[in-house]
Design a protein around this ligand. Structure first.
Ligand SMILES: [Zn+2]
Ligand SMILES: [Zn+2]
Length: 990
């Protein structure tokens, strides 16, 4: 079997006969099953994880189609944002925002637009090659005017609900990209890092308030606040120190470099002092408030009076550090909050510029990148004897998900969506969603929602959906635009392109003061684009009604929504999307007050390499999907992911496993079909008779319907893995039990009726199996289906049309089989399990004492008395274990005595086996008659002569003779030893 080659043939068949289109056409009038496609970026090549996601999408969509639903599948492309801008920067050979402004935004946008679809062809080919059926021709594209217009409409709804606001806040910020990020973007880029963590000393300016109870000799010794930080670069921005007023603090005396010093720190944190010290006083945190200290780096133009004081910080914890926290409001969310809460005004010192470089004229680290400045600052502190000690600190630190630059926290004016005000609705909407695996619902995803932060929407970038906010240059009046039409009416201009810089040139008069309304500079988070896809992919609401100025009236909206494919019955992406697309989808529909926009979600684990390492370019362990597909076929790759482990677990991708699956599962399935096509009768009735069958046939049909029942039950719960594993098990049973024990009926039937019956049964099972398997392995099932239906008898159909209706040209145009409970026989299945268990144990006994199965034995004693009356089942045991009779006792026992008669029969069996092997090696098909000559000593010859007729019949020989010389050429010849005597055999065609 060459699966990749078969798949290519099937792909051509699908394309030629438009099978995907027909599968949709067939169900046009049926009820809908709504699916949303998460849009990938086409400016990078598809990876192995895309194959995984697409495999899990496709199986459900094909299944639902076969179950009678109309399943529209619109492809989509994510185009905006940093991934595309990064590519454009690379192409243009530039690296900073300044460079972009220098070459002109026009030119940059043009390059972005061109690079959006760099690998579109590769994506389309990949999608088709793996058998993922989706409508690529009518895909949605996030940078189209229609798409953007819908996003604008959504933003206007949010604005009208009072949920869009501008604020000066400390936000996660990528200094390379020059833009802030939203918390869900940050959540995707954490890495383990080792950084310097320092304990440094801030000198207390005036110790008067602390003097009581301190001995005179100690008073003269200088006093310092001991402070811990992992970001020395923030120290020039320091304006205050915070203590927890509820903690106890201590003043200790110790010796540092031959001098005595006094240090203040939280009593609970004394463990950080790793030398001898003397506690000289204990103080309440409250009593430290208001104390002044000497700044380490004095900010110019700031009067000491308003700064450099100890303030109240009840967020200060005793888990790490010293219980005294250095406050730089421009570089920390908590810092900003605590400074804003003060009565007196503290300055916000922005000592770092927008590209992450230190603003420190006169200092060595001026213009240095913040992380590089760390070392210089630490060295300076050490030189000035302000460094108590330095450690290496291991922690998770966020990096830019796109360019891998360490993020910094940075004070910026940004636009936010007030997600925190719809937190309750988010949580209750999540309750209505069916998560697979279910632990994500209240675990990873639920936890994310519980800690949700306002959405930092704006990006100070270029290629994105422009924030549709126009602001008066004179009175700051704001208008949010919700449609192209609205903008055209206001500006009296035709608006052709919604992107920067074109859109920035559209201005109009302020309706309040007559000033000029100009668009703000920012574009939006591209994750908002993809989260808006349920609406924007359909150009909602514009495509559904003539909406001149869309109104936010809930009633109107509800009416229009009914026309939309909303909500989705099913979506599927990787587990990383809990903080990406799964979240933004839910956020947007919740903001619009429309409830959850998906009902069922499969979230699969990530793909790792065989050693459990993440795949990355730098490690060189990336698996290219094409390699697997070209070697083992897309079906193998798909089925591998369906069966390897439970869906949410990480997948350790191992070639060995996939090789194994290909060899065992697919080869077994294929060989079963080859056996059928070689031996079974042709011209099989489309509705085989399944009454009055032998027990083995009844059993396999019972197993088939049982399988059918369970597969449907599991797939209805979106449990792909259990279904796929059941199919895998069934194929093993079919091949290793049903076919093996039926072999004789096909090859040496006792009657024509016997063979006919076995053929009908195996046909029936295989045909239904291909239908059950079709959504999982669309290629091999198609091939088997088409081969099987070629031999379906047409005589019972009046016309070809009637035949096609009953037997469609493709398995994917069939209905999914329905189980018939009347054909499921649990008692028989239980008995057969016992029979298989008995034979397994008996064969194990043979193996243990080293008697081959070919050697017949006299008797097997079994303890199961219930089988006493089941003659057919006992016959199966006899054949499988190769014993003359089965008797009943209490213990399973094999009579291992080999009588001369049994021995002789064993020798004959061995000779027959050798001949069969020679036929196979000689490329003969089982129907071909052969001529056989042999040469051997007396003992063997006499046995062959005695069993001549039997051997001839078993191996399809028309003439068998003994000859001492071998003059002629033979098709195959072989010399081997049997019972220590040599035997030579030669065969040739008739
Ligand atoms: Zn970046
Ligand atoms: Zn104005």
């Amino acid at each position: 079997m060459n699966l990749p080659k078969i798949e290519q043939k099937i792909l051509r068949f699908w394309q030629r006969e438009k099978i995907f289109q027909k599968s949709l056409e067939n169900r046009k009038k049926c009820s809908k099953f709504v699916f949303y496609e998460g849009p990938p970026y086409a400016n990078g090549k598809p990876g192995i994880h895309h194959l995984l996601a697409r495999a899990f999408k496709d199986i459900i969509l094909r299944y639902k189609t076969m179950r009678g639903f109309y399943v529209e599948r619109k492809a989509g492309w994510d185009t905006h944002g940093l991934p595309t801008e990064m590519e454009a920067e690379k192409k243009l050979g530039i690296n900073t925002k300044k460079d972009i402004e220098k070459i002109g935004i026009d030119k940059f946008i043009k390059t972005c637009r061109e690079s959006v679809f760099t690998y579109k062809k590769e994506w389309e080919n990949f999608t088709k090659r793996i058998g993922y059926w989706i409508d690529l021709e009518n895909s949605y594209i996030t940078c189209s005017n229609e798409y953007i217009e819908s996003v604008w409409w959504i933003l206007k709804q949010i604005w009208e609900r009072g949920l869009l606001y501008q604020d000066y806040k400390v936000v996660p910020y990528c200094p390379r990209c020059g833009t802030s990020l939203s918390s869900h973007e940050v959540a995707q880029g954490y890495k383990k890092v080792a950084e310097p963590a320092i304990f440094l000393k801030f000198k207390v300016k005036d110790v008067k308030g602390l003097e009581a109870d301190i001995e005179q000799k100690d008073l003269k010794i200088p006093t310092y606040f001991l402070v811990w930080t992992t970001t020395p670069w923030t120290l020039p921005g320091n304006v205050a120190l915070a203590v927890n007023p509820n903690f106890s603090y201590v003043i200790i005396k110790l010796r540092v470099e031959n001098n005595d010093e006094k240090l203040i720190l939280a009593k609970e944190r004394l463990g950080v002092i790793d030398q001898k010290y003397q506690t000289i006083k204990e103080i309440n945190g409250r009593d430290l408030l208001g104390l002044e200290y000497e700044p380490i780096y004095r900010a110019s133009g700031v009067s000491d009076k308003s700064v450099y004081k100890v303030i109240d910080g009840d967020f200060v914890s005793s888990d790490e550090g010293t219980g005294i926290v250095h406050i730089a409001p421009a570089f920390g969310e908590e810092d900003m909050k605590v400074i804003k809460a003060q009565d007196s005004s503290f300055p916000i010192l922005l000592t770092v510029d927008g590209s992450g470089k230190m603003r420190a004229p006169g200092y060595k680290w001026n213009n240095m990148f913040v992380k590089d400045a760390d070392n210089e600052i630490v060295a300076d502190l050490k030189y000035r004897n302000l460094l108590y000690k330095k450690e290496i600190y291991h922690h998770d630190y966020p990096f830019c998900w796109r360019c891998d630059t360490p993020l910094i926290y940075y004070a910026k004016t940004s636009w936010f969506i007030k997600i925190t005000s719809v937190k309750k609705q988010l949580i209750s909407n999540n309750k209505k969603i069916n998560w697979i695996p279910d632990y994500l619902k209240y675990g990873r995803f639920g936890e994310w929602l519980r800690d949700v932060k306002d959405w930092n929407l704006s990006r100070e970038r270029f290629w994105g959906t422009p924030l549709p906010v126009w602001q008066c240059q004179k009175c700051n009046n704001i208008i949010v635009i919700g449609s192209i039409n609205e903008l055209e009416e206001l500006s009296n201009k035709k608006v052709k392109d919604l992107h920067r810089p074109y859109i920035d040139r559209i201005t109009f008069r302020c309706n309040k003061c007559g000033g000029v309304m100009k668009r703000v500079d920012e574009v939006i988070d591209c994750w908002f684009d993809s989260g808006s896809m349920p609406f924007a992919q359909a150009h909602f609401p514009f495509a559904f009604a003539r909406v001149q100025r869309p109104k936010s009236k809930a009633q109107n909206l509800e009416k229009l929504i009914k026309k939309l494919n909303f909500p989705a019955d099913f979506i599927c992406e990787g587990i990383d999307q809990t903080r990406g697309w799964f979240y933004t989808l839910l956020a947007v529909s919740t903001l619009l007050d429309l409830g959850p926009c998906y009902k069922n979600v499969i979230s699969h684990g990530i793909v790792l390499d065989a050693n459990g390492q993440k795949m990355s370019k730098s490690r060189g362990n990336i698996i290219i999907p094409e390699e697997i597909i070209e070697k083992y076929g897309a079906d193998t790759a798909r089925f591998y992911f369906y069966t390897i482990n439970s869906v949410g677990e990480p997948k350790r991708f191992d070639f060995k496993d996939i090789e194994d699956l290909y060899r065992r599962f697919f080869a077994t399935l294929w060989n079963t079909y080859i056996f059928f096509s070689t031996y079974a009768e042709k011209d099989i009735s489309p509705k085989p008779r399944i009454q009055n069958l032998c027990l083995l046939d009844k059993w396999i049909i019972s197993r088939l319907h049982n399988l059918n029942y369970k597969v449907i039950r599991n797939l209805e719960k979106y449990d792909v893995v259990s279904s796929a594993r059941l199919i895998k098990e069934f194929i093993e049973e079919l091949s290793n039990w049903y076919v093996r024990r039926s072999r004789r009926k096909f090859q040496k039937p006792n009657s024509k009726k016997e063979k006919n019956q076995a053929s009908q049964t195996l046909y029936y099972v295989l045909l239904n199996l291909t239908k059950l398997l079709a959504p999982f392995c669309p290629f091999i099932s198609e091939q088997l289906y088409r081969d099987l239906t070629k031999i379906t008898s047409r005589s019972s159909f009046a016309t070809i049309a009637e035949f096609r209706l009953a037997i469609p040209e493709s398995v994917h145009l069939c209905d999914y089989p329905k189980p018939d409970k009347r054909l499921i026989n649990p008692r028989l299945e239980k008995q057969m399990r016992e029979v298989r268990e008995i034979t397994k144990q008996a064969l194990a006994q043979r193996a243990k004492i080293g008697i081959k199965v070919r050697q017949p034995l006299n008797e097997l004693r079994i303890k199961n008395h219930e089988l006493r009356r089941e003659k057919e089942l006992l016959e199966l045991i006899k054949e499988e274990v190769n014993v003359k009779k089965v008797s009943f006792g209490n213990k399973l026992m094999l009579d291992t005595k080999i009588t001369p008669e049994l021995k002789e029969e064993g020798i004959v069996r061995e000779i027959i086996r050798q001949i069969q092997q020679m036929r196979k090696d000689g490329g003969l098909n089982p129907r071909q008659k052969i001529y056989l000559r042999y040469s051997g000593k007396e003992f063997i010859s006499s046995i062959i002569e005695k069993w001549k007729e039997f051997i001839k019949q078993e191996t399809n020989i028309f003439k068998l003779e003994q000859a001492s010389k071998r003059r002629e050429r033979f098709l195959a010849e072989k010399e081997f030893s049997i019972e220590k005597e040599n035997l030579w055999i030669g065969i040739k065609k008739r």
